[in-house]
Design a protein. Structure first.
Length: 316
């Protein structure tokens, strides 16, 4: 509320106030101190707060329409009014409704109560509570020795449902539940070096070069990928012409070797044998022609006048 009607010096030491809401942020299992305390004060100044916190503390913030639980709603105590007047609407998340925050100084950590048989029992897990839990903060008025004003300390955090615990990297389960999603157990983000172990011999993730048919790991830096196709190119140019040139040399050498081996006597004998074969075939063709009629002029065995003169002859 904009106007506070109840001052801290009006509070009665030892009085108790309870307020209920959804847990938005908390540090309950250990105090904020040292370097964390200095960083917290930097954030406080950035948020427009005038004063730093000089001693270690625990903290809790509830939202979702925080409501003071009045012992007698018709006759609220000054302490209950004091707490109710200090509920606020977040400028960053006005949709969260009324919120309430407390920074509790002192040497003692607040006790965490979870549902048990016959009532609340103390949670001894040592874990921080998860965001979104329905909780009740129990506040007690105290008076510092060297100050006249009173303050409020957080003595208990009572969990009004089955407890869940904060997991680094986890999502707000209350937001998932609002969308009909329920997690059976807390889930957390897995570091990338665990999710993607390196295996040097893994055959997956390879690319094949169309020119050489060779495979190489992928992906790779741009410089290596560009060099891979060019490396086999020289060897391909050297190997491909070799098989082509060798058959040509053999084909050209074969006729010349045959011609060199045939002597004059062998040539004369080959011609005489060929002439004898042709004469025999010609005579046979004449006998067939006289029986069946004129043969096809394209036949090599046709009885032509000029064929004996056109055959292979030798005049020795």
């Amino acid at each position: 509320m904009a106007n506070n009607t109840v001052r801290a010096d009006q509070l009665t030491e030892g009085s108790v106030v309870t307020i209920r809401g959804k847990l938005a942020f908390a540090r309950l299992t250990r105090r904020i101190e040292g370097k964390e305390l200095a960083q917290a004060n930097v954030r406080r100044r950035q948020a427009g707060m005038k004063y730093d916190i000089t001693s270690p503390y625990t903290t809790a913030t509830i939202s979702g329409g925080a409501q003071v639980i009045y012992a007698d709603p018709d006759n609220p105590t000054l302490e209950e009014q004091y707490v109710a007047e200090r509920c606020y609407t977040s400028k960053k998340k006005p949709e969260d409704g009324l919120s309430y925050s407390i920074d509790s100084k002192g040497n003692n950590l607040p006790s965490i109560g979870i549902p048990g048989e016959g009532g609340f029992v103390q949670d001894l897990s040592g874990q921080e509570l998860a965001r979104g839990l329905d909780v009740t903060l129990v506040l007690e008025v105290y008076k510092a020795r060297d100050q006249e004003n009173r303050g409020l300390g957080l003595t208990h955090v009572l969990v009004n449902e089955a407890p869940r615990y904060y997991t680094p990297g986890s999502v707000d389960e209350s937001q998932l539940k609002a969308r009909g999603i329920t997690l059976a157990q807390p889930m957390q983000a897995v570091p990338s070096n665990e999710a993607t172990p390196v295996g040097g011999a893994e055959p997956v993730g390879t690319e094949v070069d169309k020119t050489s048919g060779l495979s190489f790991p992928a992906p790779q830096p741009a410089g290596q990928v560009q060099q891979a196709p060019t490396q086999p190119a020289p060897s391909a140019q050297q190997v491909v012409p070799a098989p082509v040139a060798q058959p040509q040399a053999v084909q050209q050498a074969q006729p010349s070797s045959v011609q060199a081996e045939e002597t004059a006597e062998q040539k004369l004998a080959r011609i005489e044998a060929e002439n004898a074969r042709l004469r025999a075939e010609n005579q046979a063709a004449k006998d067939v022609a006289s029986a069946i009629g004129t043969p096809d002029p394209s036949s090599p065995w046709a009885p032509q006048q000029s064929q004996p003169q056109a055959g292979i002859a030798y005049n020795g």
